[in-house]
Design a protein around this ligand. Structure first.
Ligand code: R5P
Length: 315
């Protein structure tokens, strides 16, 4: 690997960034990133990065606003240290659910974060499974969006389930779920989920599609409170499935989410490592964690050498 890459990370998920460095056989860039007692974040990059190809790895995970600020300040520090190019590597892009003005007088937060990143000095973004693909268009700089769906599909293919069916938790997730169903050469069911307010408590009463006697794979891009998945599991269970597995890319579980997920009547929980999860919060379920770090490492290598990132997903 070309040595003029520098990789740094904030405090969001050091292990994730270290695994990327291992994949690339590169040392982690040295930095100081901490919060003063007045909650102001301090950042200092300790390596010379003049003209280097700098990648700052930071998922925007809990505490979201602090990790976001660390990322912004690290980009600013890299810019002022004369980095040749700065790529923000954001395995989980928070605020993605605020991607449109769907109520009067609300912001489009996902767009504002994109503006922040550009103003801070990011030249490119590398991310994974945005909540909505159109968020790509909020950026005026190149953005590569990786997807964990093929990795998750490969996992299920290797299980050789007898009668799989993919279940999308709502109409919004149906397109990605359909791709997964294509990969598994199986059927698709969709939950008719609705949100009527901001209470994080969706409702659902119908499944469109056949799940009875099937090996159901509920797939979602992210889980927060677990409310969506709980509804899906209850609806499916009422139709005598053969098995139920829940898979998501970004396990952003909050306290309620950990509790709900831990008490779900399911056969398996499958997540990726874009968001670190504290397994101590799960006593009944041991999640299967699919690593995405090699994929990120490979994408970083290709961005650096100018090779195709899209080719990673062509089958
Ligand atoms: C919604 O559009 C998303 O795809 C997820 O279904 C949602 O983010 C899950 O949130 P929760 O776990 O709080 O129901």
């Amino acid at each position: 690997m070309n040595q003029d890459i520098s990789i740094f990370t904030g405090n969001a998920n050091k292990e994730f960034a270290e695994k990327i460095c291992e994949h690339l056989n590169l040392p982690m860039g040295q930095s100081e990133v901490f919060e003063f007692s007045n909650e102001n974040v301090f950042v200092r990059l300790l390596d010379n990065i003049r003209e280097r190809d700098v990648f700052i790895v930071q998922p925007i995970v809990s505490p979201v606003n602090t990790r976001l600020m660390e990322l912004m300040l690290m980009i600013d520090a890299a810019k002022r240290a004369s980095a040749g190019r700065i790529t923000a590597v954001i395995p989980y892009y928070a605020y993605g659910r605020s991607d449109k003005k769907d109520q009067p007088r609300v912001p489009i937060s996902a767009r504002l974060i994109a503006n922040f990143l550009e103003v801070a000095g990011a030249n490119r973004v590398l991310t994974m499974d945005l909540h909505a693909g159109q968020i790509q268009g909020f950026f005026n700089i190149p953005l590569d969006e990786l997807t964990a769906y093929p990795l998750i599909a490969d996992y299920f293919l290797s299980m050789k389930l007898k009668s799989p069916v993919i279940v999308a938790t709502d109409a919004g997730g149906a397109k990605s779920a359909a791709k997964m169903a294509n990969a598994l050469k199986c059927g698709l069911a969709i939950i008719d989920k609705r949100r009527t307010d901001n209470s994080e408590s969706p409702t659902a009463s119908t499944i469109i599609g056949d799940v009875s006697g099937k090996d159901c794979i509920i797939i979602d891009d992210e889980i927060l409170t677990g409310g969506t998945v709980k509804l899906a599991v209850e609806l499916i269970n009422a139709q005598n499935p053969n098995s139920i597995r829940v898979a998501c890319v970004h396990p952003m579980f909050n306290d309620k989410g950990f509790e709900l997920i831990d008490n779900l009547d399911i056969d398996e929980l499958i997540v990726t490592d874009t968001v670190p999860i504290n397994r101590a919060h799960l006593s009944n379920i041991t999640p299967t964690i699919i690593s995405t770090t090699d994929l990120f490492g490979e994408a970083i290598s290709r961005i650096h050498t100018g090779d195709s990132v899209g080719a990673l997903f062509r089958r």
